[in-house]
Unconditional design. Sequence first.
Length: 300
Amino acid sequence: MAENSVDPVSKSTPAPSLTLLGLGAMGTALARTWLAAGHPLTVWNRTAARAEPLAALGATVAATPAEAVAANRLVVVCLLDDASVEAALDGVDLAGRDVVDLVTGTPGLARARAAWVEQRGGRYLDGGIMAVPPMIGVPEAGPYVFYSGSQALFEEHRDTLSVPAGTRFVGADAGFAALYDVALLSAMYGMFAGVAHAFALIGGEAVAPSDLAPLLTSWLRAMAGSVTRTALQLESGDYTVGVVSNLAMQVAGTPTFLRTAEEQGVSAELLAPYFALMARRLAEGAGAEDLTGVVDLLRR
């Protein structure tokens, strides 16, 4: 896995030019960062008015996607979805073009789009952005992008791609960037679900959310250490290594969480599915294991 921190292009050499399709919040943030770093930039957006502020900063505004693609070898796409990418590039000559697709999608869509671009004579790199627009171009905020697909394309344009955010190349399989992206975001939403349940529990009580927040933050940070243990257990196939609280003990405690939710008038719908999986794994005789066996249930 290759990793770069944000690194402005040296002022002693001309910054490479590139094209950007799509000027939503993320696309605009990318565009502003490349322009600030001195990269000649051609932009296109379906709603042309969005390009006007960038034109004032020196961007060249193309009237059509074909005109924008023809302007530069490196073409970065930051549109709404995969269907928008196909609509924008349909009929456009991609021969000799390096297409970097930053649209959030699935691994399957990325692989199909890679084949689609390659059939048209271009090279393809898929990207999964691990940042929100305000983080772009701000190294201390820690933004980065997963990239997968053509490693030759990645290596050739690494410096340019590293300007708005750090880069992490995760493999020649074009679907891997989306896979890493969605895996991390899925874990994030799981965390958000737990946080939502925690705050719901204290609603109506004489407990201020701002009093619970720092305790919740420190607790989640401490529990994050279990991620590495889970990974090692999955790789070894032994889910009993390093167990602190085994599955049997944890399942025995779940009724308390459900009763507390009932007492507080809170729905248990965020917790109940996970508890049900824990109980299923226990019923298979895995009481001495960690919670890692739930992963196997999800993959069945």
